[in-house]
Design a protein around this ligand. Structure first.
Ligand code: ADP
Length: 483
């Protein structure tokens, strides 16, 4: 329906494409009103027209039957009968003999029978006129004409009954004019009222357009005033404001991301520049400076490379370009492998694998491995040397999930920080927690882990006690064997 109205609007041939909605609505409704008025007027006119003709017909019939009956009984030939006025008002009677000569006439002022005969409409007759009647047009008036024969003293005579409907046609003509005038006045009133009303109704829309025009990227605080009514306009304004809220939040996040990323990249670049300067001054003569400089530049460049990799990962994830190749995967094998490699790297910590239940999951092996590595790297980073890291993977009682726990005996995370560690670039102030091995992270690891988990419907929960250690719980859905 909506589509059809739209097509109708578009097809309105006389309207330029920039015609305002208020004008279009006004024109459409005025046109509908006009058609309705014309239709009702036509129906009313035809009804009245028909009832008038029918009335005239009835009057002729009644008069004719009355006279004919009285001719049969002979009463009609007594002078008293005609004085009692046997015809209904408006009906005229004429009697002609066999030669067509008028021998009796109740109204000689009436058009002659010759004129009526010549005005007889042979091919056209109102569809409602009865078969026994003729209709003649004389001087712009319609005359109904019915005939009947009788015999008197051996002579055949013909009775003519006539009835004009001049007053009725006059009335109809007046009615037609009045209907036309009221239709035109109604149309004009509809146009004016429609124009003002639709203008009023659409005013909030224009105000919205003006406000929206003023909203710029640098000035995203502006909001549309929500009309007090609870109608579509208010809904539109609210929806638009919500959209602006979301856009603004996204935009701020983006700006924050760019500034955090630049900040993170500045430190290694400054260190590299510092060592390059040192090398250019004393590197050639002092072997110790040379070795230290090269080692530091290498390590900073490595940090930078890792940071850039993480940034690229998140950028791809944001743009939904990070591809995952999900497949059936035996999680226990993957965990065993990751733990084995971790045991080789983390020489200062005890890395142990507890229960490792067999579990078939549908996942992307590369990113799942990456996620587990992030948790284990953190566990090593934030656990002083000599600490223990324990991994376990146990089937849940519902047999639809597997619970992977990654626990360490490290520095722990304060309650108020636990919510925030998954945010991008968020790092707990390590100077206060006095981390022993002096590692500096980027604050991106857990946000990457969270994204990977979300892509696999994995729920993450953290439990931690500062100074005691941290445990991450991952609830991973298993492949439903019934599928
Ligand atoms: P980072 O690169 O700094 O490790 P993450 O996003 O991986 O970034 O972690 C965010 C912060 O969460 C870290 O800076 C750290 O303070 C805290 N955190 C993460 N894992 C642990 C853990 N196992 N023990 C203590 N703190 C942790």
């Amino acid at each position: 329906m909506r589509l059809r109205i739209e097509q109708f609007f578009r097809r309105l041939p006389l309207l330029p494409s920039r015609t305002r909605i208020s004008t279009k609505i006004t024109l459409l409704y005025a046109a509908i009103l006009f058609v309705v008025l014309i239709f009702t007027s036509v129906v009313m006119g035809v009804g009245i027209y028909f009832s008038f003709y029918h009335q005239a017909e009835k009057e002729i019939n009644i008069s004719m039957h009355h006279v004919m009956r009285n001719i049969e009984t002979g009463k009609a030939f007594s002078p008293g009968f005609w004085q009692s006025n046997p015809l209904l008002p408006g009906v005229v009677m004429r009697v002609t003999d066999i030669t067509g000569e008028v021998v009796y006439d109740t109204d000689p002022r009436y058009p002659s029978l010759g004129m009526i005969e010549s005005g007889r409409m042979k091919n056209w007759k109102p569809f409602w006129a009865s078969d026994q009647m003729d209709v003649a047009r004389v001087y712009n008036m319609a005359v109904y004409h019915a005939t009947g024969d009788f015999t008197y003293e051996g002579q055949v005579y013909r009775l003519h009954f006539l009835r004009t409907i001049t007053s009725e046609t006059d009335y109809l003509a007046t009615l037609q004019r009045m209907v036309l005038v009221t239709t035109i006045i109604g149309f004009i009133i509809a146009l004016i009222a429609g124009y003002f009303l639709s203008n009023r109704i659409l005013k909030p829309l224009r105000t919205m357009t003006q406000t929206v025009r003023k909203i710029e990227v640098e000035n995203m605080d502006r909001r549309i005033e929500v009309p007090p009514s609870k109608d579509e306009m208010a809904e539109l304004a609210e929806t638009f404001n919500h959209m602006l809220d979301r856009l603004q939040a996204g935009f701020k996040q983006q700006q924050q991301f760019v500034s955090d990323a630049s900040h993170e990249l500045r430190t290694p670049v400054t260190v590299i520049l510092g060592y390059s300067d040192l090398l250019s001054r004393w590197g050639r003569s002092d072997k110790e400076v040379l070795d230290e400089g090269i080692a530091s530049i290498c390590s900073e460049a490595e940090n930078m490379q890792q940071l850039i990799e993480k940034l690229l990962f998140l950028a791809r994830a944001d743009q939904k370009r990070q591809v995952l190749h999900k497949e059936m995967l035996e999680l226990s094998e993957l965990i065993a492998d990751v733990v084995k490699k971790m045991q080789i790297v983390a020489k200062d910590h005890t890395v142990t694998l507890g229960v490792n239940d067999a579990a078939l999951i549908y996942a992307d092996p590369v990113t799942i491995r990456q996620m587990l590595r992030i948790f284990l790297d953190n566990a090593v980073k934030y656990t002083p040397a000599g600490g223990t890291i324990t991994i376990a993977s146990k089937l849940c009682p519902d047999r639809k999930h597997i619970l992977v726990t990654l626990a360490d005996t490290g520095i722990g995370i304060a309650k108020e920080e636990q919510e925030r560690i998954f945010e991008r670039f968020y790092r707990v102030d390590t100077s206060r927690t006095k981390i022993g091995n002096g590692v500096g992270g980027t604050g991106l690891g857990l946000s990457i882990a969270r994204w990977i988990a979300a892509q696999h419907d994995i729920a993450i929960r953290v439990e931690s006690e500062p100074g005691q250690g941290t445990t991450f719980f991952l609830t991973i859905p298993l492949v439903d064997e019934n599928d």
